[in-house]
Design a protein around this ligand. Structure first.
Ligand code: 5GP
Ligand code: ZN
Length: 114
């Protein structure tokens, strides 16, 4: 999608701190980190919200989650712990409408989230 901020990162039009990419997945550091490790893991193809993922594309969500698992281990947080979050639509706090999995680690976290 041409006017999507995250699609522009995937295409390289906007520079970012890339942590990992393959054919389907792109992962980069959040510009406004909420923890010592705060990565965003996105599908390269544009999908606006979780509501727009049909069941046949569910494996893509698994790829995103497994990328988070590997990045958490790579950054040394697999034993300490980490949190994976996807915000869907405004009331949950979604501000960029290209789905993204937040990977947060490196500090003690509260529950429930605010
Ligand atoms: P949301 O609020 O939609 O769940 O999360 C959007 C996230 O994208 C926020 O944590 C925000 O800091 C991050 N973000 C927004 N614009 C940029 C950007 O230009 N570069 C990077 N690296 N992160 C961004
Ligand atoms: Zn997009």
């Amino acid at each position: 999608m041409t006017d999507c901020h995250f699609c522009k990162m995937v295409s390289g039009e906007i520079a970012t701190d890339v942590l990992y990419q393959d054919e389907q997945i792109f992962a980069f550091r959040d510009i406004n980190p909420q923890a010592p490790l705060h990565a965003l893991i996105i599908p390269k193809r544009h999908i606006s919200t979780l509501n727009d993922v049909p069941q046949e594309q569910a494996p893509l969500l698994g790829q995103m989650m497994h990328t988070a698992i590997r990045l958490a281990a790579q950054e040394g947080y697999d034993e300490r712990g980490y949190r994976c979050v996807i915000n869907c639509n405004r009331e949950a706090g979604q501000s960029v409408f290209h789905i993204h999995l937040h990977l947060l680690a490196g500090r003690a976290m509260q529950w429930p989230p605010g």
